[in-house]
Design a protein around this ligand. Structure first.
Ligand SMILES: NC(=O)c1ccc[n+]([C@@H]2O[C@H](COP(=O)([O-])OP(=O)(O)OC[C@H]3O[C@@H](n4cnc5c(N)ncnc54)[C@H](O)[C@@H]3O)[C@@H](O)[C@H]2O)c1
Length: 382
């Protein structure tokens, strides 16, 4: 029996999507990609020079199109079995001042996908949605007296005074816990609002039309292929660009914010499992490693792997909308996807830097991105 599937990946020319496309093809499936080759990710003249696009272009059926355009979706879903919906604007900080753009691409683009699925005959039987841990905001904490709490975003006044940890109303320090999928939803950025909106559309519409879905809440994904051009996402590419060009790294807060970094090949495997697992249908699943790494540790690991040091300035600066700590509870991922990540941080960073040194850096837009946030009152110098 031929089990090969016809899979549409929106945003399939991006960091995660291009790796996923190649893996699905390796497994014998056919892949169509809908992607607008956004300049922020792929640079100008993407069709000639975007490394990610060039990697997939002869292997997939490529539709250059936009998720906010109805006829592009109509073309894209023809004959498709499964949609993996990845296309999105992804900069948390940028989302705080490009609100209409983020809402249009992420929320309206997803609404349009479902509008087309509901109103046009098609063979789609399942949707995989790339959501984000951002929907939890600060996530799950323990108060010394009250037990489990879900604190709101930190107060900029406290942060200006150098208090970066999460504190209760009684000013007691809270202890971070692994955040599970039943944790309170508490978006701290417009990006997170749009991701939660995508989730709600997915649950509501897929249930109403009787197609399966899996919602994956990716943690911080890193690895070869992540955009070195986009200064709005990913501390790995920002720090790497600074190290390679011998510039000082501004480490925000006290250097101790942490993230659950998961290597892209693990994210791809988890996503592939979600496509084919019956058990996972109609679930929301965290995808991460369950291990926290601090920002300072990221900078040190990168400098070790590049074999090159640069000055680290632990500045006390901070961005409104950034969260403090993050680590995922992975019980559901293990149970429903039968999956455990294979790549530890040290190995992943080595793979990443081996790739990053071979990339053309282009214009360094990092300072510009901070200036933009500063102008909008969203970046505070200490
Ligand atoms: N990378 C992470 O750490 C991370 C973490 C959590 C969730 N996610 C989610 O995973 C998905 C993929 O992320 P990524 O890191 O691969 O991002 P990416 O920016 O590398 O890829 C996104 C792709 O979508 C395309 N795109 C953007 N706007 C589009 C539009 N209007 N129409 C069509 N295509 C468009 C871009 O050209 C790009 O190729 C996103 O939905 C993101 O929110 C990523």
């Amino acid at each position: 029996m031929d089990n090969s599937q016809k899979i549409l990946i929106s945003g399939g020319a991006g960091f995660i999507g291009s790796s996923l496309a190649l893996r699905l093809i390796e497994l014998g499936h056919s892949v169509r990609v809908l992607d607008n080759l956004s300049v922020q990710i792929h640079g100008k003249d993407a069709e000639k020079s975007s490394p990610l696009y060039l990697l997939i272009k002869d292997k997939v059926e490529f539709i250059k199109g936009d998720v906010t355009n109805r006829s592009d979706w109509e073309k894209a879903i023809e004959g498709i079995d499964v949609i993996v919906h990845l296309a999105a604007e992804t900069g948390t900080g940028q989302s705080m001042y490009r609100i209409e753009k983020y809402s249009h691409v992420n929320s309206d683009g997803t609404a349009l996908m479902y509008d087309v699925l509901v109103n046009r005959p098609n063979s789609v039987r399942k949707v995989i949605l790339a959501s984000s841990r951002a929907v939890y905001g600060e996530g799950k904490y323990e108060h010394p007296d009250l037990g489990i709490v879900y604190p709101k975003s930190r107060n900029p006044k406290d942060m200006e005074a150098g208090i970066f940890d999460l504190i209760g109303d009684d000013r007691k320090i809270l202890k971070p816990l692994p955040t599970d999928e039943d944790s309170k939803i508490s978006p701290a950025s417009v990006y997170a609002v749009t991701k939660f909106n995508q989730e709600q559309l997915t649950e509501t519409v897929c249930d109403s039309i009787g197609i399966d879905y899996v919602i994956l809440r990716y943690q911080n994904v890193y690895g070869a292929g992540q955009s070195m051009k986009n200064p709005y996402t990913g501390i790995l590419s920002v720090f790497s660009t600074q190290i390679i060009s011998g510039k000082k790294i501004n480490v925000f807060e006290d250097g101790l914010p942490s993230r659950d970094f998961v290597e892209v090949s693990d994210v791809v495997e988890a996503t592939v499992k979600s496509i084919f697992s019956e058990k996972a249908n109609r679930s929301i699943i965290n995808v991460g490693t369950g291990k926290p790494t601090t920002v300072v540790d990221v900078a040190e690991a990168l400098m070790n792997a590049f074999g090159k040091r640069t000055e680290l300035e632990i500045s006390g600066d901070f961005r409104i909308g950034d969260i403090r700590y993050n680590v995922a509870d992975l019980t559901k991922m293990k149970q429903l996807l039968d999956f455990e990540p294979k790549i530890d941080f040290e190995e992943g960073i080595k793979k990443y830097t081996d790739w990053a040194v071979r990339q053309q850096l282009g214009e360094n837009l990092y300072e510009q991105s901070l200036r933009e946030m500063n102008e909008k009152g969203l970046f505070r110098k200490s």
